[in-house]
Structure formats: structure tokens, C-alpha cells
Design a protein around this ligand. Structure first.
Ligand code: DC
Length: 232
């Protein structure tokens, strides 16, 4: 299928499988995959390591704003997929821990953090033919994206997916804790003032509670075919 050089925005709640879906689509149609959540996680890890987040989770925004210029985040795309780097250091593993997950939503609600990330997302996407996943890609980052997908799934199914993912990574998660974090992030992400998570009016909703990955790509193929005509 020949898909034109478009931007595909994939938004939705936490652990709806956005990145798995976006990676698969990127591979199938030779798109560049960019994970915007990884950028927020990278900023969060930076803030944690600098000691800008205290034991109660309070963020020293002033200190973070002052130091953000030191941070250089970029993606490297290779055989292992898309990995996030902070300078020379691959931080892909560190940004996926429960600890980072528990602080990332408040960090990503800070307007200057969002501007910092958005500028970089635009620079990374300069050449087009990009599929990017996140919370506000179709509404704020790329409001003119040609294709917008909004992913939803039942909370229990999402928590189970996240739980399995953490286990596979060698962590020892507690299911209730995972569920609590997920619901908390849903709430903060969709109630913050700047670029809250919400479906763009022109986004197609995919409820993948009972869908296989294969069914998800067939769904997208149908959508692309409908939009761009016969693409074989
Ligand atoms: O997709 P993820 O779970 O890795 O994202 C981590 C957090 O980053 C998420 O809880 C909210 C924030 N985020 C955001 O605010 N805007 C985006 N475009 C992507 C992620």
C-alpha cells in the first residue's frame, strides 16, 4: 500500500497500546515513529536525578526551568527500535520505571515543559512521514495531521497490559498500584490546563479492548484506503 507522506497522530489514555500500534504502523508503511511521552519521561527523569522532585512529589519548577537548557534529548532509530538518549546516554530503560510514571503527569502539566518538548517534536518531524503518539498530538502538536487516531480501552485491560509489560522488564509490580497510577494519570492528563488529553474533533476512535494487533492494522488500512483511495 502506498501511503502518502502524511503525519499520523495517535492519542489516547495511558496504556491503550498507542506506542505498540504506532511502531507497527511505522514499520508497515515506512514512517518515522516518534514517542512524545518518552520526551516527557526524559524531562521527568532529569528532574528526579537533579533532585528537583522531593519525597512528596513537589516539583521545584524554578530550578527545573533554569536547568532545562542543559538537557539534550534525542531519539536514535535502529535495529532495537526507537530509543531515547540524553546526550550520549541511552535512557530508554530508566524512563519506563514506575517511579518515573508516578511523577511524569505533573511534570508534563507544566507549560514551559510542554513548550520545550513541542519545539523538539516539531524539529524531529521536519522531514514529514511521521507517526507520533501522545496525548495532544492531534489537538496541539499537529492540529493539521492528515490522520488522527484516538485510542481507548477498558481500564482493567489497560492495567493488565501495563502490569505484564513491567513484569517482562523485570520489575515486580503490584496490580492495584498499576491501576491506581493509570487512573491518576488519566485524571491529571485530561484535567490539566495546558493541552489536556481530549479527542480531536476529527480523530477516529479506536476501542482496542478486544482487538488484536493485526485487527488494529487492518482497521487503519481501511481508514487510509477510505481517505486516500485505492492504495495497492
Ligand atoms: O505515553 P506515556 O505513558 O509514555 O506518557 C507519559 C506521560 O507523558 C503521560 O502520563 C502524560 C504525558 N504526555 C503528555 O502530556 N503529552 C503527550 N503528548 C505525551 C505524553
Amino acid at each position: 500500500m502506498q501511503v502518502p507522506d502524511i503525519i499520523i497522530a495517535v492519542d489516547g489514555y495511558s496504556s491503550t497500546g498507542k506506542s505498540t500500534f504506532a511502531k507497527l504502523v511505522a514499520k508497515e508503511f515506512a514512517f518515522l515513529y516518534l514517542d512524545s511521552g518518552a520526551m516527557y519521561r526524559g524531562v521527568t527523569l532529569f528532574a528526579m536525578e537533579k533532585g528537583f522532585i522531593d519525597a512528596e512529589g513537589t516539583i521545584d519548577e524554578k530550578a527545573l526551568r533554569k536547568s532545562l537548557g542543559e538537557l539534550e534529548l534525542h531519539f536514535e532509530h535502529g535495529a532495537e527500535g526507537t530509543l531515547l538518549y540524553s546526550g550520549e546516554r541511552c535512557i530508554e530503560k530508566e524512563i519506563r520505571t514506575m517511579e518515573v510514571s508516578s511523577h511524569v503527569s505533573p511534570v508534563s502539566a507544566i507549560p514551559f515543559v510542554r513548550n520545550w518538548v513541542d519545539e523538539r517534536l516539531h524539529a524531529f518531524s521536519e522531514k514529514g512521514r511521521v507517526i507520533m503518539d501522545g496525548r495532544d498530538i492531534g489537538t496541539t502538536v499537529f492540529p493539521n495531521a492528515e490522520v488522527k487516531v484516538f485510542m481507548v480501552a477498558e481500564p482493567e485491560i489497560r492495567a493488565q497490559r501495563r502490569f505484564d509489560e513491567l513484569k517482562a522488564k523485570g520489575e515486580n509490580p503490584d496490580f492495584d498500584e498499576v491501576m491506581k497510577n493509570l487512573l491518576e494519570r488519566d485524571y491529571i492528563d485530561s484535567h490539566r490546563e495546558t493541552s489536556p488529553l481530549k479527542r480531536a474533533e476529527d480523530a477516529y476512535v479506536m476501542d482496542n479492548s478486544d482487538m488484536t494487533l493485526h485487527e488494529e492494522t487492518v482497521w487503519l488500512r481501511g481508514l487510509l484506503q477510505g481517505k486516500f483511495g485505492i492504495l495497492e
